[in-house]
Design a protein around this ligand. Sequence first.
Ligand SMILES: NC(=O)c1ccc[n+]([C@@H]2O[C@H](COP(=O)([O-])OP(=O)(O)OC[C@H]3O[C@@H](n4cnc5c(N)ncnc54)[C@H](OP(=O)(O)O)[C@@H]3O)[C@@H](O)[C@H]2O)c1
Length: 288
Amino acid sequence: MDGTRTALVTGATSGLGRATAGLLAATPGWRVLLGARDAGAGDRLAGELGADVVPMDLASLDSVRAAATVAAAQGPLDALLLVAGVQVTRADRTSAEGHELTFAVNHLGHYLLTRELLPHLVAGARVVVVSSGTHFGTLRRSGPFPGPRWGDPRALARPRPGSGQRAYATSKLANVYFGRELARRCPRLSVAVFDPGLMPATGLARSYPAPARALYAVLTPLLARLPFAQTPEQAAAQLVALTTGPAGRSGRYVERGVEAPSSPESADPDRARELWEVSAELVGLPAG
Ligand SMILES: NC(=O)c1ccc[n+]([C@@H]2O[C@H](COP(=O)([O-])OP(=O)(O)OC[C@H]3O[C@@H](n4cnc5c(N)ncnc54)[C@H](OP(=O)(O)O)[C@@H]3O)[C@@H](O)[C@H]2O)c1
């Protein structure tokens, strides 16, 4: 053992994940595994950063299982950074297994990946779940963005008519429940739920219709000046600090680098437990 530590970053080929992978790969003593759904983009980035690729489509549970096998073969993991995410306009799009796409990618795929990798995470390993202030659903925290609408997790996993943005905010609330429940069930890990703030310059709006994307492009420089906005690089520095710095309280919520309360709604341990158990059913694992 040469003392090098290893981190797996999901969504490593764009936005916050890309910035995080770059910064961590440049941090002495750290080696990065790039979770990438686009193998070509993953390979190019791996060449650039001197990293390794873990092909991974979070919208396919089979792909996630295969990714966990590839990652586990690289040796023990010191950090698991769950950064990938999608935001789509409608909640009727589906994953390979027929789950609602946003719930599948932002929560369920990451849940399965984490469960599969638990035996390979070293004691004290850092797990960071990237959530969002949209999980608050208040005008002050989310502006006009629709808030989460929680329900039976089996229903949340079903495609349905309605707003993809609401499904996104709901998936980001699921991220908080998942992070908290993971911390409770696995005290040997150090878990943080991270809100990077608004990062207008990423690819998150890529599946919006062309007119909405054009409007967003015009607004991006203005949005970037809002007090709660950050560049992906600024947010990545905070995420890397959570990974390489002092451990902190497991299960905490960290907003733009500072520990802060998550929404009152997100502090419901029964929902967190139910989400864990139903997610286990959905991916075919025991609750554990
Ligand atoms: N942007 C914001 O204002 C903001 C605010 C709060 C929280 N966040 C959170 O920050 C995280 C990163 O988002 P971002 O803003 O950096 O957006 P982004 O540039 O779109 O990055 C998202 C990443 O997720 C990956 N991804 C999407 N679907 C996937 C799938 N099925 N399987 C595997 N990977 C998949 C994408 O892969 P490709 O590179 O192949 O497309 C991309 O690398 C997300 O969790 C998001 O919810 C963003």
